[in-house]
Design a protein around this ligand. Structure first.
Ligand code: ADE
Length: 412
């Protein structure tokens, strides 16, 4: 029996979300056929910290179908979807997640998934690794390796490698072509605007949108803002990216200037203190502030909370207006946390099919390999396999090099 057929009676909405996602995830479906037959993850214990929504549950199911024991928590205190968590918990996955955790509960549930004494980890933002190199060091020797989902997590892993402190191999799934070109750019672009629009019901056409950071996520958010008719301003600290934003047709300026014009601000930098008190002080009435970075450190929401003369509820629980002494409101979405997951459903289904296809293939390699500690790229074979599977599922054929072309490219 595969875990795909869950009990109908429990968590029905969560289950329907899973079944909905399943129908649009052909890459995972192809891998599942092989996993069910060959059980390449038999004997592995996998600890996962990933935003627990429907597509993530599909990955967890796939790993169970591959023979693994799986424990999962969510990689943001607000990103778990309770109906999905309930449905997943009915199917043999050990689920430690709930939406709306305190920082202490969030930490405790990360420790609960580590209690399975994992042989493999699936990490997002280095949430598990940070504990494994901290108080849970004793578990590190048992870990064959792990995968990292995000730019923020890879940045943290690089720092750990530089300090000589990464005790097992980690694979930077984020950096694979079939990940960042699609998930970070088109995924973040769509899911961020989906979350902002469903929570505000405001108009983007004709509005001034400030996008902080022009990495792959920022590029996607800026491009989708333009598609909705916005006038886009990009802020950057890196001159090459700033040039790219200019040539992509966006205005570029420091946040101190951009803040005065903004009607929406979306932070995508992965860094702290991007929107600071001096920026918040000059913003227009009703400006909407949304963060698309992993941690809630990009917008100084703590300052807004203490400086506000009034805190007014918005149109739902994820929208709060802070009125400052100047009488103007600054509207914060999802308390400055990752807006597309804390206030939305995460990236679209077909995009997570690519990312999670890479995750599954990489975990399979880690399960059978024996690598020294370090940070590794995804195998180009797996990048290509996911690209080919997606094209095949889309009914798209491409050309192949002729023998003459291959020889021409190989000759000096
Ligand atoms: N769904 C699950 N993980 C996600 C991620 N890292 N970004 C967006 N959507 C997701």
């Amino acid at each position: 029996m595969t875990t795909g057929r869950a009990h109908e009676a429990e968590g029905p909405w969560g289950l329907r979300k899973l079944e909905w996602a399943r129908a649009y995830m052909p890459v995972l479906a192809g891998i599942r056929e092989r996993f069910v037959r060959d059980r390449p993850l038999a004997g592995q214990r996998i600890a996962m910290s990933l935003h627990l929504e429907a597509k993530t549950a599909m990955l967890a199911w796939l790993l169970v179908d591959g023979g693994a024991e799986v424990a999962i928590t969510s990689s943001n205190p607000l990103s778990a979807q309770d109906d999905v968590a309930a449905a997943l918990a009915e199917t043999g996955v050990s689920v430690h997640a709930r939406r709306g955790l305190s920082d202490e509960e969030y930490d405790r549930l990360h420790h609960r998934v580590l209690d399975i004494e994992p042989t493999l980890i699936v990490d997002d933002g280095s949430e598990l690794v940070s504990r494994l190199v901290g108080t849970r060091r004793a578990l590190a020797p048992g870990i064959r390796g792990g995968t990292e989902e995000t730019t923020t997590g890879v940045t943290r892993l690089r720092a750990l490698v530089a300090a000589g402190a990464l005790p097992f191999p980690m694979v930077a799934v984020n950096d694979a072509a079939m990940k960042h070109l699609f998930d970070n750019r088109y995924g973040t672009g769509q899911s961020t605007w989906d979350a902002i629009l469903r929570h505000t019901n405001l108009t983007v056409a004709g509005a001034t949108v400030v996008v902080a950071g022009y990495g792959w996520c920022g590029r996607g958010v800026a491009e989708r803002a333009r598609g909705l008719g916005a006038r886009v301003i990009v802020t950057e600290v890196e001159p090459v990216r700033a040039n790219e934003a200019l040539m992509d047709g966006h205005r570029v300026m420091p946040m101190a200037d951009a803040a005065r014009e903004a009607q929406f601000v979306v932070t995508c930098t992965g860094c702290r203190d991007v929107v600071r008190p001096e920026h918040l002080a000059v913003m227009r009435d009703g400006v909407v502030l949304a963060n698309a970075g992993h941690f809630d450190v990009e917008v100084d929401v703590a300052w807004l909370k203490q400086a506000a003369v009034a805190r007014e509820p918005g149109r739902d629980a994820d929208v709060v207006s802070y009125r400052l002494a100047d009488g103007r409101r600054r509207v914060v979405l999802a308390d400055g946390r990752l807006v597309n997951l804390a206030g939305g459903d995460g990236h679209p289904v077909e995009i997570m099919d690519l990312t999670f296809g890479l995750q599954a293939l990489t975990l399979e390699r880690l399960a059978t390999g024996d690598r020294p500690p370090g940070l590794y790229p995804v195998s180009p074979l797996d990048d290509r396999a996911v690209a080919e599977a997606r094209l095949a599922a889309s009914g798209v054929r491409i050309d192949a090099l002729t023998a003459e072309q291959t020889a021409y490219l190989a000759a000096f």
